[in-house]
Design a protein around this ligand. Structure first.
Ligand SMILES: CC(C)(COP(=O)(O)OP(=O)(O)OC[C@H]1O[C@@H](n2cnc3c(N)ncnc32)[C@H](O)[C@@H]1OP(=O)(O)O)[C@@H](O)C(=O)NCCC(=O)NCCS
Length: 198
């Protein structure tokens, strides 16, 4: 089936949050709730530190990719610009699930885990609607993002993947990424991969 790829826009935030919840059930950001994710994607769509794309079939968004040149700056922007709207829902999630509190701290330390170097940028999230997987949409979004970084003058693209997400690990490796290091976060093992863009 056909689809086109266009830049992520603020009005895609709700469907991007849906794709995040569908593709990453039970993960830390998903457990902070839909309103948190909607705000995150709305901020990423307008942030000067981010860009992304969506795959669209007719009126339906069927895939999303986003990334950043500075993940720490994006989270700070989110708190400064949207924190007043997020405080109550996020506090509610934390009170319902206190085990999430240490994960908030680990997420704030995340930028120091990835060691992003000058000239490097990070793919934050990629997902395709579950019933549309295996059609090449993920690969098209992945390369749209990598090409977007190359056009902006970046030399390397990095990304972090949970080792337990074996399909994603295989997918990223098949795009030609090099494994740089592993680290532990949220009690799980993650890998940091890099693709040279030159
Ligand atoms: C990883 C992901 C984005 C890939 O998207 P996709 O649209 O299925 O990607 P593609 O169709 O381009 O390629 C998927 C690969 O799986 C194979 N595949 C075949 N049938 C498939 C199916 N039913 N479901 C998934 N993959 C399938 C494809 O042939 C392809 O393999 P290849 O690279 O050897 O050709 C998608 O699986 C997803 O959204 N996963 C959940 C979110 C996630 O884990 N994201 C990564 C976080 S780091």
């Amino acid at each position: 089936m056909s689809y086109t790829i266009r830049p992520l826009a603020p009005e895609d935030a709700t469907i991007a949050a849906d794709l995040h919840i569908e593709g990453q059930p039970g993960t830390f950001l998903t457990s902070l709730g839909r309103r948190f994710l909607e705000a995150l994607y709305a901020q990423m769509a307008v942030s000067s530190y981010c860009f992304g794309y969506v795959a669209v079939d007719g009126d339906e968004v069927i895939g999303v990719v986003t990334g950043t040149t500075d993940s720490g700056a994006v989270f700070k922007e989110l708190v400064l610009r949207r924190g007043y709207k997020l405080a109550l829902p996020v506090l509610g999630s934390l009170l319902r699930h206190p085990s999430l509190i240490p994960k908030v701290v680990q997420t704030m330390l995340y930028p120091s885990q990835t060691h992003i170097e000058p000239g490097e940028a990070e793919m934050l999230y990629l997902a395709t609607r579950s019933e549309r997987r295996g059609e090449g949409i993920g690969r098209a979004l992945w390369w749209a993002f990598a090409d977007g970084l190359r056009e902006r003058g970046y030399k390397r693209m990095g990304l972090c993947v949970d080792v337990a997400n074996a399909h994603a690990v295989r997918f990223h490796e098949r795009q030609g990424m090099d494994l740089i290091r592993t680290f532990t976060m949220y009690g799980r093992e993650f890998r940091w991969y890099v693709l040279p863009l030159e």
